[in-house]
Design a protein. Structure first.
Lengths: 123, 110
């Protein structure tokens, strides 16, 4: 069974940092591009970042560019999101989602999604 | 403000057919595929429709997608109580070089 499990969320002060992890199982992780998507409380979905299977191609939403860094460790079947200079507006549930191919592409889709991890930025 | 525009709510009675719309622009829906995700209460999103009108295995044929120009629609026929959820459209935006989502439509089954 394909499974994605996020962890690392929690309460952090504005300006602080946090590192999210996504543990993948049930598929060959190194063959797939991966994504982070977030959802603020009571709000809609917002794409955050994508990384290709070999980490050669990385994309960020303008709202997080320069503050967040996506990475992966194919040997550990894990995806990461390093979040720095956190702001109140970064408060959200962060989901990792598998891409349908090894390279981020408009022809791809996100499936499956993990259960999410909550990040709260507040003083 | 989401790049793709969806009505915030929709409703229907069991057995009815409902349509959820998604409006975009030439840089997203107009030039790329549209995807639909279903989010049941308290759960993670789930892929419902890919590449405008394709259903993943396991998704009932009551769900169908279409696209015309810079707009897309999700139709649900034979509405059931378990269809009550939030529905999001998504597409790649060439100008932003990233994925954009609609604000979501909350479907209520009366």
């Amino acid at each position: 069974e394909v499974q994605l499990v996020e962890s690392g969320g929690g309460l952090v002060k504005p300006g602080g940092s946090l590192r999210l992890s996504c543990a993948a199982s049930g598929f060959t992780f190194s063959r797939y591009s991966m994504n982070w998507v977030r959802q603020a409380p009571g709000k809609g979905l917002e794409w955050v970042s994508s990384i290709s299977s070999s980490s050669s191609y990385i994309y960020y939403a303008d709202s997080v560019k320069g503050r967040f860094t996506i990475s992966r460790d194919n040997a550990k079947n894990s995806l990461y999101l390093q979040m720095n200079s956190l702001r109140a507006e970064d408060t959200a549930v962060y989901y990792c989602a598998r891409d349908s191919s090894g390279y981020p592409d408009p022809n791809n889709w996100f499936d499956p999604w993990g259960q999410g991890t909550l990040v709260t930025v507040s003083s | 403000q989401s790049v793709l525009t969806q009505a915030p709510s929709a409703s229907g009675t069991p057995g009815q057919r409902v349509t959820i719309s998604c409006s975009g622009s030439s840089s997203n829906i107009g030039s790329n595929y549209v995807y639909w995700y279903q989010q049941l209460p308290g759960t993670a999103p789930k892929l419902l429709i890919y590449r405008n009108n394709q259903r993943p295995s396991g998704v009932p044929d009551r769900f169908s997608g279409s696209k015309s120009g810079t707009s897309a629609s999700l139709a649900i026929s034979g509405l059931r109580s378990e269809d009550e959820a939030d529905y999001y459209c998504a597409a790649w935006d060439d100008s932003l070089s990233g994925w954009v989502f609609g604000g979501g439509t909350k479907l209520t089954v009366l």
